[in-house]
Write a new protein. Structure first.
Length: 95
């Protein structure tokens, strides 16, 4: 189903100061949008940037080579790692 034919059934209400509403109305008018459409498109764009910042790791060439070399290298089980794995097994009951 295309987004044009999907029913909008979710709602978000917010309270704001009069001046904030005036600013939103002014900005929406510059874009030729309703205030609701302006707020939604602005919030979604900001949300996507926020998700991108938290979920995507960007590495330069040197960092990406170090990352892939680490993945390709066998794991070295030192005492600290063994201890951490044992503690994890003791603490975590649901797997």
């Amino acid at each position: 189903m295309s987004s044009a034919t999907q029913t909008k059934d979710e709602r978000i209400n917010l309270r704001l100061k009069h001046n904030a509403k005036l600013i939103l109305e002014r900005a929406a008018s510059f874009e030729g949008q309703t205030v609701s459409k302006f707020i939604l498109s602005s919030a979604l764009a900001y949300a996507e940037r926020t998700i991108q910042e938290h979920e995507v790791m960007t590495l330069n060439l040197k960092e990406s080579e170090a990352f892939f070399n680490a993945l390709a290298s066998p794991v070295q089980f030192n005492d600290k790692l063994v201890s951490a794995l044992k503690e994890h097994d003791q603490r975590v009951t649901v797997k």
